[in-house]
Design a protein around this ligand. Structure first.
Ligand code: HEC
Ligand code: HEC
Length: 457
């Protein structure tokens, strides 16, 4: 199997089976080009879409990686990051990270730990989009001027300076190309127009966020959406799964499934954070990364939101009670895959490879014995009828999961229900879905200086 699928942007329509690129606004179209451009990486070999492939539900494109370590290699070979890519779809609706005083919990942001807060550009997805290009473990460019130099010289259908007129009006030094070819050459870049580069880089984030908030990325065309619109019926088993998801299995407590007050389609996440007690992924490649990236080696533990809060003066007091908590991801498209035997990985570290195993964990985490070997894989744990200990044992949610008393048939029904959440559903007789585009531009603002809190539904 190829390490990386070819991602010609022309494939997108076939991959998503939705929408029409012509429906994109100019800014969304630019974001689309940026999202699929491999040239925006150190070795010209990695685009956002490599780790967020539409046909895989906007997550990692490689079945073999998903089946094992689940964290992806960056543009520089043998450099892996530490987490599984979450879906880039339905993430743009996340509000700016904030402490909800009423509930006394944190809500919002992007990334598993919420650290792309949205405070910079008014929108977590825009803040997030500034990270990967410069992350040495991802697209690995040495400086944001390298990104802008490449973007300004690219032949996209919609250029950056056609939207923001003076964005590329930058005096480039002659050595841009060679200076951007190495990872450590950032200091060699004598970009005099530093402010202009920073401004243009913010525009790149906003364009990507606009694309990520578009109907191409968030089409709401699953069977469940057709069902909510009264266009199709669910099967008996799907209906049973839906009722369990809402009731006995408590899934909807964190993955809300009801339409909003103005019948906005549900996002299947409340953007809050929880520690579910997910075991370590024994194959996480991060454990064997060189010491200068991961000084703790195999002892490394993912502390999630708590670790980020500890770095912020105003939030430090909440760090302890949020150790090990990860952001609730959407459950939309969890079963979307390019072909039937394509393996997907679930949770922040990709421990789970099957939805059945995952539901069984929610059901029996606290009733099965603890596996003798803490590094037991999902397949072995299911066979041995045990679960390994939590990656991080503090703050594990004991109230809403762990002993759900579900039968085997009930677990299966929940899986079957989640399979109705894949976009691109083809209804019988082609009954058209009236699209609700309420979420379309939530939180995306053109004004980079205006850090306004985007609306949630
Ligand atoms: C090498 C793989 C890789 C590449 C390349 C990559 N991502 Fe990601 N992406 C990840 C991982 C891993 C995470 C989670 C990281 C974390 O939580 O610390 C993530 C998180 C995200 C999220 C957050 C979703 C949420 O629910 O919080 C978005 C959105 C996203 N990426 C978009 C992008 C964009 C846009 C690009 C290109 C600029 C990109 N990614 C490039 C792996 C990748
Ligand atoms: C208390 C809140 C809560 C409840 C209840 C809950 N979840 Fe989750 N769910 C989460 C969190 C948090 C994560 C991510 C945890 C992690 O990565 O460590 C998650 C992750 C998932 C994922 C993985 C998605 C991905 O992209 O990796 C699936 C699938 C899922 N939940 C389905 C369910 C089902 C089915 C139920 C009911 C049986 C359920 N959840 C109940 C909070 C919850």
């Amino acid at each position: 199997m190829l390490m990386r699928m070819t991602l010609a942007s022309g494939c997108l329509l076939a991959l998503t089976g939705t929408g029409n690129a012509n429906e994109l606004s100019a800014k969304e179209q630019l974001g689309f080009s940026l999202f699929f451009d491999k040239n925006l990486s150190l070795n010209g070999n990695q685009a956002c879409a490599d780790c967020h492939l539409p046909a895989a539900g906007w997550t990692g494109h490689n079945s073999d990686i998903n089946a094992h370590g689940a964290a992806y290699e960056g543009s520089v070979i043998k450099r892996f990051s530490n987490r599984k890519p979450p879906s880039a779809a339905y993430a743009a609706a996340s509000p700016v990270l904030h402490f909800d005083k009423k509930e006394a919990i944190f809500i919002g942001g992007n990334f598993w730990d919420g650290r792309a807060t949205g405070e910079k550009l008014g929108n977590p997805a825009a803040d997030q989009a500034l990270g990967p290009f410069l992350n040495p473990l991802e697209q690995a460019l040495p400086d944001n001027s390298c990104v802008i130099h490449r973007v300004c010289n690219a032949e996209y259908p919609v250029s950056l300076d056609s939207i923001w007129t003076d964005a590329c009006d930058i005096a480039w030094p002659d050595n841009m190309q060679s200076a951007c070819a190495g990872e450590t050459s950032a200091q060699a870049l004598a970009v005099t127009d530093r402010d202009k580069v920073d401004q243009a880089y913010a525009y790149v984030g906003l364009a990507i966020a606009a694309f990520e908030a578009s109907t191409t990325v968030n089409p709401y065309t699953s069977k469940y959406d057709y069902y909510l619109a009264g266009r199709v019926k669910l099967s008996e088993e799907e209906t049973r799964g839906m009722e369990l998801f809402k009731g006995k299995a408590k899934c909807a407590a964190c993955h809300p499934m009801e339409p909003g007050v103005n019948s906005e389609p549900p996002l299947f996440t409340d953007f809050s954070f929880d520690n579910l007690g997910v075991p370590r992924n024994p194959e996480n490649p991060w454990y064997t990364m060189p010491k200068h990236f991961n000084p703790q080696g195999r002892q490394w533990v993912d502390k999630g939101l708590g670790e980020f809060l500890a770095q912020r003066d105003e939030y430090r007091q909440y760090a302890e009670e949020n150790l090990g908590k990860q952001k609730v991801p959407t459950v939309r498209n969890v079963d979307k895959r390019p072909y039937e035997t394509f393996v997907k990985a679930y949770m922040h570290n990709g421990y789970f490879k099957t939805l059945k195993g995952l539901v069984n964990f929610y059901n029996t985490r606290d009733t099965k014995p603890v596996c003798k070997n803490p590094l037991t894989t999902e397949a072995d744990a299911l066979q041995q009828q045990c679960w390994p200990p939590a990656e991080l044992t503090t703050n594990v949610n004991q109230e809403e999961l762990g002993d759900l008393q579900l039968s085997d048939a009930e677990e299966n029904a929940i899986v079957v229900f989640m399979q109705t959440l894949s976009d691109g559903y083809q209804p019988p007789n082609g009954v058209a879905l009236l699209r609700n585009t309420q979420h379309k531009s939530i939180g995306v603002t053109d004004d980079v200086n205006q850090a306004k809190h985007p609306l949630t539904h």
